[in-house]
Design a protein around this ligand. Structure first.
Ligand code: FAD
Ligand code: DLZ
Ligand code: SF4
Length: 506
């Protein structure tokens, strides 16, 4: 069982025989370092793996748990599987639930020829839409759009449905979910558990073994047991969910969590079941304790976006990872690691990412993602960053979000238009611009906000591609209303800024 397969109803356990089968779980250097994962991400996963192994043992399974500091640790999953087969008598086959990453699936598909026993790879059944159903849905469609897929999943699950119609008469209440946080509004207290003794032990191990990886171990913010994850879920549903919709797109200084659930980290590693979480949210609406816009918005993220990005990943890999439709090649600027930049919005989002291995969706999309898009950063480098900095990141979910949603590197497969925005959007949805060294109102000249000239430079660079896109036409027309000298000034300002942060002009 892999680090993100911590579910007692995993397909590989379906017919497990407690009297003779052995469950192998291994902390291995190769998985911990193939990208330099955030220290908090590794500590979270190893602590959750250790707790899960105890849970399995208590329920009668024989578990072979390999710790990172086991002197005989072979350093890779395949080598640990080989060692287990050698050291444990009587094992005659290996059963694995398929991993969520192409790289690992490719490797595991070879195990049958490399190991002395047959290897059976089973589908991961923890998703609502099996991949074959996603493929069938996608087949023959000219355009794939999440919204239509989402309606299929609503019908399939019956979530927020009245017969074959959506509850409340609308499928989507997003229009109600774009409020700016009022100045007087106070965000609710969050459920942020302290580290238990087991977790503290793992934190010390991580600090010792991968000291140069990105990110802080303290302060600790994640539950590492199933019971803890369930407590986090219950707290969210009872206390936070009612406000989820209204400020879903809002950002505020010193407010990393807003009304977001902080549940992806638990759902993605198997401590929480996505459909169960959605049914509980639906029950809150039915009981009149949470409004429809909040509950629909929350459920859409899980049964819509989460399922959709997974479908896209497996439909389009391996070519998907190589796409670079906007021909973006700049390396990642140093401040993506340090958070040291006068751009207050970027400093907030990156600083928080370093501290918590978490940032909410709008920060990932409209701050760090938007900057990467506008500045023409290399999708490969940006992808690696997102994969390693967030505790909830596995390639099946990270890659389509980054590559497709944030960077438009797939040329519009995931999203019909790039999520490009100038400083005006950030100023509307946050208080970051107050007290920033830059002036969000200025497009060029002294103290002009980099998001402004980079935005117009981006539109200018890609005008030919976007002018026929109906959702970009208005923007392209605005660009065309600018004088030649104005456009030249924007280009030169953008080039100067990129040089200043260590990048050559695009
Ligand atoms: P909430 O805002 O409370 O949302 C509820 C749940 O919906 C989440 O827990 C998550 O399970 C699901 N969800 C919401 N949006 C998405 C989405 N776009 N795709 C898939 N699931 C979604 N999410 C990851 O789980 N792992 C990643 O590696 C990841 N990388 C991302 C990279 C970029 C560039 C962007 C723009 C988004 C990424 N997301 C990723 C999606 C989203 O940002 C996170 O799921 C969310 O921020 C997690 O925090 P939360 O649990 O508080 O979410
Ligand atoms: C992310 C991760 C890390 C850091 N470490 C391990 C590990 O030591 N053992 C393991 O089984 N899995 C680990 N993982 C998760 C995998 O690298 C991989 O991302 C997922 O299993 C893909 O579904
Ligand atoms: Fe970000 Fe520009 Fe606002 Fe500064 S002024 S916080 S750089 S959007």
């Amino acid at each position: 069982m892999l680090g993100d397969q911590l579910s007692p109803d995993l397909s590989s356990l379906r017919d497990a025989d407690k009297s003779c089968d052995v469950i192998l779980i291994a902390e291995v250097r190769e998985e911990a370092t193939y990208v330099r994962h955030h220290k908090k991400k590794i500590a979270f996963l190893f602590a959750a793996m250790r707790h899960f192994a105890k849970e399995l043992t208590a329920s009668g399974y024989t578990v072979r748990y390999i710790r990172l500091d086991d002197p005989d640790n072979q350093g890779s999953l395949r080598a640990e599987a080989a060692r287990a087969l050698e050291e444990v008598q009587g094992l005659d086959r290996l059963v694995i639930t398929k991993p969520g990453e192409w790289r690992l699936l490719q490797d595991m598909e070879q195990w049958g020829t490399l190991l002395p026993v047959p290897v059976e790879l089973r589908d991961d059944t923890r998703f609502i839409m099996p991949l074959t159903e996603f493929e069938a849905w996608a087949k023959g469609r000219k355009q794939l759009r999440m919204e239509y897929f989402y309606r299929e999943v609503r019908r399939k699950t019956g979530l927020l449905m009245e017969g074959d119609q959506p509850e409340g008469g609308q499928w989507n209440y997003d229009a109600e979910n774009r409020k700016r946080l009022p100045k007087s509004m106070v965000t609710p207290p969050r459920f942020l558990p302290e580290a238990d003794a087991l977790t503290r032990e793992v934190m010390a191990l991580v600090a010792e073994r991968v000291p140069d990886h990105f990110g802080d171990l303290e302060p600790w913010v994640f539950a590492t047991t199933r019971a803890g994850a369930e407590a986090a879920r219950d707290h969210f549903i009872a206390e936070i969910l009612p406000g989820f919709g209204d400020w879903q797109d809002a950002m505020a200084r010193g407010e990393p969590w807003m009304w977001h659930s902080l549940l992806s980290v638990y759902i993605n590693c198997g401590l929480l079941d996505p459909l169960d979480v959605c049914r509980r949210a639906e029950a809150e609406w039915k009981a009149g304790r949470a409004p429809l816009n909040a509950v629909e918005g929350f459920i859409r993220q899980i049964i819509g976006w989460r399922e959709y990005v997974r479908g896209i990943y497996w439909l389009k890999m391996p070519g998907y990872a190589e796409m670079n439709a906007l021909d973006a090649h700049h390396p990642l600027p140093e401040f993506y690691w340090t958070g040291k930049t006068p751009m207050r919005c970027m400093a907030e989002a990156i600083g928080q990412t370093r501290r918590y291995a978490y940032a909410h969706h709008i920060q990932r999309l409209m701050i760090t993602g938007n900057f990467a898009l506008l500045a023409g950063l290399s999708p490969a480098q940006v992808n690696e960053w997102y994969l390693l900095v967030y505790a909830d990141a596995y390639e099946w979910v990270e890659l389509p979000n980054t590559h497709g949603m944030a960077l438009h590197a797939d040329g519009g497969l995931m999203a019909s238009k790039p999520y490009a925005a100038s400083g005006n959007y950030i100023s509307k949805m946050s208080d970051y611009c107050e007290g920033c060294s830059y002036d969000v109102k200025r497009r060029t000249g002294e103290k002009a906000c980099p998001f402004n000239f980079l935005y117009w430079d981006f539109v200018d660079r890609h005008e030919a591609r976007f002018k026929n896109n109906p959702r970009m036409a208005v923007i392209c027309k605005s660009l065309n209303r600018m004088s030649v000298s104005e456009r030249a000034e924007i280009r030169s300002e953008a080039a100067g800024f990129l040089r200043e942060i260590g990048l050559n002009s695009p």
